[in-house]
Design a protein around this ligand. Structure first.
Ligand SMILES: Cc1cc2nc3c(=O)[nH]c(=O)nc-3n(C[C@H](O)[C@H](O)[C@H](O)COP(=O)(O)OP(=O)(O)OC[C@H]3O[C@@H](n4cnc5c(N)ncnc54)[C@H](O)[C@@H]3O)c2cc1C
Length: 364
């Protein structure tokens, strides 16, 4: 693959850079998300009939890279864009596609992901939330945890157990749940950073219409796998761009604080080299995505590499600051802890890489 921008891509990048320079807001929010959408920078690879641009993945990669470069706030619909939308496109009915996709892009409706439970995290097949199929609806009872954006979400992609006698991957069903339905209660959880970005969701006799079934009854595991592949697979370029901005800040801090310290210079140079390695991994994933249209397991490499490196890098910055919190690095260090847990812990990602990328035997 030629890694340079084609003339069309270079023109697209320049236009986007100018637009970002003129429009960058201080705060994230629905207004900013809508502005991004109106300018044509959301849903680049999504079909035009659902509000997308029908553009190649390389344009999507450019948008993620450039937004991260200037540290632009994210579109609010992170879960809708990265997970719910691609899953609905792969498994949804035509009615579901028409009903939900365009509103994800415009941020009119926000989504959350109800997969994890107190007894099911890495081992997602352990979910126990009950889904009972009645004539014209499903009734859901159970508890979800760590659901990002649930406090502002309109809909939830929810995985539950429809066959009470089933074990593990079989007997699971995947539903779209209206977060405003009676019986849905959201309780925010406070993180180590002090923010409350994620939540517990309690579901008591929640009635979900039949048409909100995604895939088959009992076929929820296959649908959930599509969600997880997209969760890690399309994230790489945003992560590479964010890391590039972070390494840039680290270099500035080194110049201010420890410019003559040979050991620190050595460690900073190592971080820059690691950043280049991540960028090339991302190019490899992009090539595969452009060839197959489906993110491969390489997405796990990017997520693991970025989250571990970012955590190490924030520690190095705090070391240079002698523990003094300058308002930026202190927060970054605390937030980086969650990054090695969400979307697959580092241990679980190493297992995936060993098995699916390297072809080693299963660990259990
Ligand atoms: C910031 C943040 C946002 C999140 N957002 C969401 C969300 O929106 N929706 C949602 O559903 N979930 C969300 N999660 C939950 C996340 O997916 C889980 O925390 C994650 O899957 C780990 O599950 P767990 O917390 O139950 O830990 P456990 O699975 O109990 O793991 C505990 C420890 O055991 C290790 N471990 C587990 N299994 C293995 C194994 N097979 N081999 C080696 N080590 C292993 C883990 O690496 C970890 O160190 C979020 C989490 C965070 C931190």
């Amino acid at each position: 693959m030629d890694l340079r921008d084609s003339p069309d891509e270079a023109a697209f990048r320049t236009e986007l850079r100018d637009w970002l320079a003129a429009n960058l807001p201080a705060e994230p929010g629905r207004e900013w998300s809508r502005k991004l959408y109106d300018a044509g920078y959301v849903g680049l690879t999504w079909p035009q009939e659902y509000g997308g641009q029908g553009a190649p993945y390389s344009n999507q990669a450019i948008v993620l890279e450039e937004m991260a470069r200037v540290q632009a706030p994210q579109h609010l619909g992170v879960i809708g864009l990265g997970m719910a939308g691609p899953t609905i496109m792969a498994h949804g009915t035509d009615e579901q596609k028409s009903r939900y996709l365009a509103n994800i892009l415009s941020a009119e409706e926000i989504w959350c992901q109800g997969f994890s439970e107190p007894g099911a995290g890495s081992d997602l097949a352990g979910v126990r939330t009950r889904i009972e199929a009645r004539d014209d609806m499903f009734v859901v009872n159970g508890q979800k945890v760590w659901s990002s954006f649930a406090h502002i979400a309109d809909f939830c992609i929810l995985l539950g157990r429809s066959d009470p006698d089933s074990e593990k991957h079989s007997g699971l069903t995947y539903l779209i749940v209206d977060m405003k339905a009676p019986g849905v209660e959201v309780r925010p959880l406070r993180q180590i950073t002090g923010e409350a970005e994620f939540n517990e969701i309690f579901l008591s006799d929640v009635e979900v219409p039949r048409e909100n079934l995604l895939g088959e009854i009992g076929g929820g595991w296959q649908v959930a796998m599509t969600t997880l592949l997209h969760e890690r697979g399309t994230l790489g370029f945003a992560l590479g761009g964010a890391l590039e901005a972070q390494v840039g800040r680290l270099v500035e801090l080194t110049k201010e604080r420890r410019r003559d310290d040979p050991l620190i210079r050595d460690r900073v140079a190592t971080e820059w080299i690691e950043l280049q390695a991540l960028k090339f991994t991302n190019y490899r994933s992009l090539t595969k995505l452009m060839q197959t249209g489906i993110p491969g397991p390489e997405g796990s490499v990017s997520k693991l590499h970025w989250s571990e490196q970012n955590q190490r890098l924030t520690k190095l910055a705090m070391e240079m600051l002698d523990g003094e919190d300058d308002g930026y690095w202190g927060y970054q260090q605390l937030r980086s802890r969650g990054n090695t847990i969400e979307a697959g812990t580092s241990e679980v990602l190493r297992n995936i890489i060993a098995e699916r990328v390297l072809g080693l035997p299963r660990s259990r």
